[in-house]
Design a protein around this ligand. Structure first.
Ligand code: NDP
Length: 295
């Protein structure tokens, strides 16, 4: 069998179109322009790249972006002070603190300074807590996990009652995506570096989410025929034939697994583009909520 490719670029483009239309309506009907503030501390090239991409996408869909670049030497008080200032600014509906922060800064304290109604990254402990509680809804869901679920939904892949296995338990991906699957009534197993018999556990999965950061770890014999596989991994591997000398691969051995899986995301072009799409969606939600248009 050859898997159906889940095209993250196409889904993200469709979502950008939907956001663009809603932003336009907000502007014309209510005079509201959604605003996203990005806080970047230091000069980590990957972080700079991610922040610029987010700002560029904001511009494309009509969201106003407020960029704050602080030097590597910024103090805890300066960063927290800026976040609090943005928290009080009515033109800013979402605040994104780009992680990781330089080592001398206390990430927990900085993130806690983001008001919950502007926590478009969904990392505030209250939002994560509500994600895990029955009958409660968080204000925002973390973007990459939300993107994984959105891909399943847009390809009409049923979640309720299915066996879902999540490889990885990080605060950013593995844990929140597991809680989202549970909220959607899947039977969820979470694996990590101390789990035994990963191939055996993964073979039970109707839905397998791989978020471990290990290049091509998931092989054919880990996959139940017909399963839906969402590959979150972004790993750099040497490739002398590539222009830069490396290429990006996922946590799933794409070439092998596509012969067994029912659905499969490529890397790149799968989950990656969904992360920014979900951030823009969260920012739009924050703006609508601030205006009292939605609860
Ligand atoms: P972390 O390193 O924070 O977490 C990795 C998780 O995988 C941990 O729970 C770890 O277990 C588990 N793990 C590591 N090695 C193994 C192994 N050999 N067997 C079983 N479990 C293992 O990574 P992230 O969650 O932040 O990211 C995971 C991947 O997703 C990375 O490749 C990252 O680049 C990518 N990513 C992609 C995004 C996107 O937009 N597409 C966004 C965010 C991340 P333990 O807890 O026991 O240590």
């Amino acid at each position: 069998m050859t898997a159906t490719l889940i095209d993250g670029n196409a889904v993200a483009a469709a979502i950008h179109g939907e956001i663009c239309a809603e932003v336009e309506e907000l502007k014309t009907k209510y005079g509201i322009v959604p605003g996203l503030a990005t806080v970047l501390v230091g000069t980590n090239p990957a972080s700079q790249f991610y922040v610029r991409s987010k700002q560029k996408k904001c511009g494309e869909v009509g969201i106003r972006s407020f960029g704050y670049d602080l030097p590597e030497t910024a103090t805890q008080e300066e960063v927290e002070g800026l976040v609090r200032e943005l928290g009080a600014n009515p033109e800013v509906h979402g605040i994104l603190v780009q992680l990781p922060l330089p080592r001398h800064l206390d990430e927990k304290r900085v993130l806690s300074a983001v008001p919950i109604e502007k926590d478009v990254d969904g990392f505030h402990p209250v939002n994560i807590g509500e994600l895990g509680m029955k009958g409660r809804e968080p204000k925002f869901v973390p973007c990459t996990p939300a993107g994984c679920i959105e891909l399943l939904d847009r390809y009409n892949i049923e979640i309720a009652g299915k066996e879902a296995v999540v490889l990885g338990r990080s605060n950013i991906v593995g844990l929140p995506v597991s809680m989202l699957l549970l909220k959607r009534d899947a039977t969820v197993t979470i694996c990590h570096s101390r789990s035994h018999d990963l191939p055996g556990i993964c073979r039970r999965a109707d839905i397998l989410i791989a978020a471990v950061g290990r290049p091509r770890m998931v092989k054919t014999d880990w996959v139940k025929p017909g399963a839906a596989i969402i590959d979150v991994g972004i790993n750099r591997v040497d490739d002398p034939t590539a222009k830069q000398g490396y290429r990006i691969v996922g946590d799933v051995d794409f070439e092998e697994v596509k012969e067994v899986a029912g659905y499969l995301t490529p890397v790149p072009g799968g989950v990656g583009p969904m992360t920014i799409a979900m951030l823009l969606k969260n920012t739009l939600t924050a703006a609508k909520r601030a205006a009292g248009l939605i609860p």
